[in-house]
Design a protein around this ligand. Sequence first.
Ligand code: BES
Ligand code: MN
Ligand code: ZN
Length: 487
Amino acid sequence: MQISFAALEMPVSGAVALLVEKDKPLAGLAAEADSKTGGALSKAMSASRFDGSAGQTLDIVAPNGLSVDRILLVGLGTAADKNTQDWTEVGAAVVAALLGSGSAAVTVLAEAGADAVAMAEGALLRSYRFDKYRTKEPESKKPTLKAVTFATDSKDAEKAFAPRKAVVDGVFFTRDLVSEPANILHPESFADRIGELKDLGVEVEVLGEKEMAELGMGSLLGVGQGSIRESKLAIMVWNGGNKGDAPISFVGKGVTFDTGGISLKPGEGMEQMKWDMGGAGTVVGLMKALAGRKAKVNVVAVVGLVENMPDGNAQRPGDVVTSMSGQTIEILNTDAEGRLVLADALWYTQDRFKPKTMIDLATLTGAIIITLGHEHAGIFTDNEEIATQLSKAGLDTGDKVWRLPLHKNYDKMIDCPTADMKNIGGRAAGSITAAQFLRRFTNDVPWCHIDIAGTVWSEKDLPLSEKGGTGYGVRLLDRFVADNYEG
Ligand code: BES
Ligand code: MN
Ligand code: ZN
């Protein structure tokens, strides 16, 4: 989708989108358009249920009296109440309404009070489609909209949009990775895709099984040992801040396919486990966003890339592995594999980089979907500041989070007689005991775990994305970094 900015005036061709407030008479250019079309807009409004409520659109094709070929009325609710994220959703609503409408170009009239830059971000976000494997889609089903212009009086909209565009590029990278099937995106090809970040100035390093064995990463390696694909650990470094400043760090679960291993998952719905690399996908998209907008901060990112397969060489229930931290783990369920990958990735990150903070992202538990559905990701931290900062960034970006508890009594639930801990805590509090497990590998560095199992993928269209990979977390963490660690 091509996004551009222009002076605030009625376009002469293509479609035009007019923003309409709830329960207010048409004003400005919308009132002008209404009179030029002989009252077609007010007539269409009273003939339909469109009243300017937020989220509503009304499509008026081929209006008389204007040279544009269609008018899209877009409901705002009360403009004065809208925050940046609301404006982002307005921009997205224009694209959602017109994507397959037959129109190729639309001009959005961003009159006084409208946030053209936020709308542009939303428009671009909503235009994403993963259709690379659809070779026979008829032309009549393909999107027609190619260009959105925001007509605004603001002089610096284009300049202000550049960093937002970089963040959207990061979101798209995450959506691409999450959408790829597991025969295409496996640990080796995932590591190759991460190599693309070098073009933006990110340092990328990839460890293979031999190097990880030398580091003692028995926990991560056990998960991948039934796969014909070599497990990888990818390390990304972005030095945009002051030389010598301790970095902030992000760690991601990158299980490129989770069959459950020998504790095999049921067949139904197993295809969803192609997006069990969503934590790593988000971390990688975030690095693309931060490097793309040249964020003034030092960041490291580490992702553990493995495939969890049943096989003659696969790990068994009852196996005991030794993690890089030295702690031993009894594997009671090979399907609780994400925490095993993160255990070594977290320990490695704090040991090598001595970061200020460590945030991990993972599609860790089905239980988080039972708790929070698909609205909020679950956050787990002992650090009040990080919890507050993430909650705020969540409200500001629409990538919402909700805090769940950690407590020593939950921690006890993973103690075990055979080893230092077991990898499952039982059915009760499944997301929390998983978080307690991770906590044992943080070495008390300020840390937060984000369980994104419910938010990585959507079975329905959302305000900012079609059914499919959502890119959840990139904009959340970009904002978290911008608000708390830059400048
Ligand atoms: N990748 C899954 C969690 C998951 C489930 C993500 C459904 C998205 C949708 C994870 O590896 C897993 O299998 N967790 C188990 C843990 C259990 C064995 C303790 C689960 O949630 O059932
Ligand atoms: Mn699993
Ligand atoms: Zn998993």
